[in-house]
Design a protein around this ligand. Structure first.
Ligand code: 3HC
Ligand code: NAI
Length: 699
């Protein structure tokens, strides 16, 4: 018996169970054990049929992703060869699927002659989410089983499909209830094949046809979501081969595309994101077994833009929520807005009326702070003013039970100062949601100097319960995301002074892969808040710092962005599409002149570098100050909070692909031109000097 494949026998049925925790990944040892055990079973006259199963929670999560991109390349046998041998078996092989059959795991099952799954199992080919395509026959067998259009849906979306749906589509043959023993059911299925009661079917046999337009239709459908990604388009090409080529050539074409992608920068970036998404939960001094408090009731203070969205996030996840407002009018307005958002989801068919009623039923508005007394957690989302926040925290400290966690949604204020206004600073933490809070997945969970490990463990777990991505960060102005954003935004303004126009800057950064450029983003968020902050800071702003007057000039014109129909762009009535405005372009040119800039041609490449490199430099400072735990944590903040393209891996991963020395060189130049705040981060200088990367720093 091999240690990674457990072998048992029931009558004439041999059961091979992959035993490779945590997810039964198909590393070299598993592949070779499977091949070996298959040969033995075929040679054994006492075996009439084989069941392929997985031990533990999952059938199999596919190839061992850690093997990709490694030198030397993985040992033989390769997965496609193992699967081909399985399919060629003269004795029927049936997959017994529980939990998940993903990627190579499903491809293994597709090589079997029957597939039995539990009702809660999920089966799919998520390879495109890793920047690759299924590389072990999935793109050739699945279309032959369920048709090209359905196969394209599954492969191009990369989503795991519930087993009952897969049964309907035809790539799972039988679904058993969750309590039933799926291995027993698979044995019965295998015996039925032996008896001739079920077909002995090989998925690679036969041909498949498709309407000529089906491939272009999918490309059109995914154009917006898949912008910039290589893998979904490569997957479409591979599926096309299932129609156009005989099976062997189809397999070869799939393999060729797979091999061409697996070491690509995009695939490396998406693998990095896969592991970074899992690493954020690992906090060195807050071990996994740190007890988390159970959160049953939640209070939210403030039902404005953020408070309303935060309340919805909790309600959506099943928590009863009391929202406290300062007066009836604001409370009614806030609750009405929430009701309106749910009603709109109902009218679009995204939510049932019953679900909406249940959600609204979990939400209670109040003007009495005492109603929050029993909450296990209160999240404050009132105006961004220290005195107001401190006042509220003092009151909450008095009213709430002793162990209530008090969280602030502040985006810029000092969480330590807020915590110290209470007698329970260990129970105070920042939960920085992003707008709109009911939609955006990122939560920067801000650890104060006295925040307890239990509070951190509770909030990190809570982020998951809310379906969010929680990243632990430290206290500083703007935390991780907005602090880096500031550096980026500032350069965008300077580029205007030097010769660019808003539409050109925005286009360059949109083409880089961001959902929108900085100026369109400001118009969306509103320009007035930043203006108010700048006016407050004006008396203390060091005179030697370069400062662009353009944003203030635009606000002085009463242009606050989309909400006033004009900002950096114009907006037609009822439209959110930015229209370049000659008035603003003239203003930009005029300011250049006033400041004595000789306007020059600025390339898209320069725009990207000027905006991205200072942002990365700030990220390096954040790392060395310990505000973020790992470069990957910063990447996750940018991917989930700002739509940084996943295929670039986040700004810190992107920095490694550009080369730290190049970024450092640019920062040295900007430092000379713009002064102190563009100073290269010591970490950046050190990495550049040592020829290292952020990846080296992380490991
Ligand atoms: N290879 C290597 N490690 C893997 C892995 C894989 N395929 N899948 C999961 N892991 C690791 C995770 O990194 C994590 O490690 P950690 O504990 O050290 O952080 C551990 O297994 C548990 O994973 P999760 O935290 O994700 O556990 P969940 O229970 O939340 O989710 C899962 C389980 C749904 C299976 C999820 O892990 C998953 O989606 N895995 C990836 C599936 C996938 O993309 N498969 C395709 C691989 S590529 C392929 O097969 C190519 C083929 O076509 C040739
Ligand atoms: P907002 O002005 O839309 O809402 C604030 C609400 O708090 C108002 O409805 C107000 O009536 C209420 N309020 C004020 N004092 C109160 C009190 N004593 N008791 C109860 N309610 C009170 O502000 P917004 O945008 O929701 O911001 C809230 C917080 O979230 C701020 O700290 C802000 O910095 C932060 N934030 C804002 C983001 C945004 O994009 N708007 C993003 C992330 C964080």
């Amino acid at each position: 018996m091999s240690s990674v494949v457990e072998v048992t026998q029931d009558g004439s049925v041999r059961v091979l169970s992959i035993d490779n925790p945590p997810v039964n990944g198909l590393g070299a040892a598993v592949r070779s054990a499977l091949a070996e055990e298959l040969t033995k079973a075929l040679q054994d006259e006492g075996v009439e049929a084989i069941v392929l199963a997985g031990k533990g929670k999952f059938f199999c999560a596919g190839a061992d992703i850690r093997e990709f991109g490694k030198e030397p390349p993985p040992d033989t046998p390769h997965l496609p060869d193992v699967i081909d041998a399985l399919e060629a078996s003269t004795k029927p092989v049936v997959a017994a699927i529980q939990g998940v059959a993903a990627g190579g795991g499903l491809e293994l099952a597709l090589g079997c002659h029957g597939r039995v799954a539990t009702a809660d199992a999920r089966v799919g080919l998520p390879e495109v989410t890793l920047g690759i395509i299924p590389g072990a026959g999935g793109t050739q067998r699945l279309p032959r089983l369920i048709g090209v259009a359905a196969a394209l849906d599954i492969i191009v979306a990369g989503k795991l499909v519930p087993a009952p749906k897969a049964e309907k589509l035809g790539y799972v043959d039988q679904v058993v209830t969750n309590n039933a023993n799926v291995i027993d059911a698979a044995k019965d299925y295998a015996r039925a094949i032996v008896a001739g009661d079920k077909p002995f079917r090989r998925a690679s046999e036969g041909t498949v046809e498709a309407e000529a337009t089906v491939f272009d239709d999918v490309k059109t459908r995914i154009a917006k979501k898949a912008r910039g990604f290589e893998a979904p388009y490569a997957a479409i090409d591979a599926v096309r081969a299932s129609v156009e080529l005989p099976i062997k050539e189809g397999f070869a074409r799939e393999r060729e595309i797979f091999v061409g992608l697996v070491d690509s920068v995009q695939a490396q970036a998406q693998r990095h994101v896969f592991f970074a998404e899992r690493a954020i939960a690992k906090i060195p001094d807050v071990p996994k077994d740190t007890p988390a408090k159970e959160i049953r009731r939640v209070g939210v203070v403030g039902c404005g833009t953020m408070g309303g969205g935060i309340a919805m996030s909790f309600v959506n996840a099943g928590f009863p929520v009391s929202v406290l407002e300062s007066n009836e009018e604001y409370l009614d307005r806030g609750l009405e807005k929430i009701r309106g958002l749910y009603a709109s989801s109902v009218s679009k068919g995204r939510l049932s009326q019953e679900d909406m009623d249940q959600r609204m039923g979990r939400l209670q508005g109040t003007l009495e702070a005492s109603e929050l007394a029993d909450a296990d957690l209160v999240v404050e989302a009132v105006f961004e003013e220290m005195d107001v926040k401190k006042d509220i925290f003092r009151r909450l400290d008095e009213i709430c039970k002793d162990d209530t966690i008090l969280a602030t949604n502040t985006s810029t204020l000092d969480v330590n100062e807020i915590a110290n206004a209470t007698k329970r600073p260990e129970l105070v933490i920042g939960t920085h949601f992003f707008s709109p809070a009911n939609i955006m997945k990122l939560m920067e969970n801000v650890r104060g100097e006295k925040t307890s490990k239990e509070t951190i463990a509770t909030i990190m777990k809570l982020s998951k319960q809310l379906g969010k991505v929680g990243v632990l960060v430290g206290v500083c102005d703007g935390f991780v995301g907005n602090r880096m954003l500031y550096a980026y935004r500032q350069q965008a303004d300077f580029l205007l002074e030097e010769g660019a126009l808003p539409r050109q800057v925005d286009k360059a950064l949109f083409d880089f892969g961001l959902p929108m450029g900085p100026f369109a983003m400001m118009d969306l968020a509103g320009l007035d808040i930043g203006w108010a902050i700048r006016k407050r800071q004006a008396p203390t702003r060091p005179k030697e710092l370069r400062y662009s007057p353009i944003p203030d000039r635009i606000c002085e014109m009463g242009r606050f962005g989309q909400k006033t129909g004009a900002g950096w762009y114009r907006y037609e009535e009822g439209s959110r599409t930015p229209v370049p405005d000659p008035e603003i372009e003239a203003l930009v040119v005029e300011v250049s002149k006033e400041l004595g800039f000789e306007r020059r041609e600025i390339s898209d490449e320069e725009i990207v570098e000027r905006c991205m490199f200072p942002l990365i430099n700030e990220g390096a400072k954040i790392l060395e100050e310990g505000i973020a735990l790992r470069p990957g944590d910063i990447d996750i903040v940018w991917i989930y909070g700002y739509g940084f393209p996943r295929y670039r891996g986040g700004p810190m991963f992107y920095a490694d692909t550009v080369g730290i020395d190049k970024i450092h060189e640019t920062m040295v130049r900007l430092y000379k031109e713009q002064g102190e705040w563009m100073k290269p981060a010591p970490l950046l200088t050190q990495l550049a000097k040592e020829g290292k990367s952020f990846k080296d720093y992380a490991s």
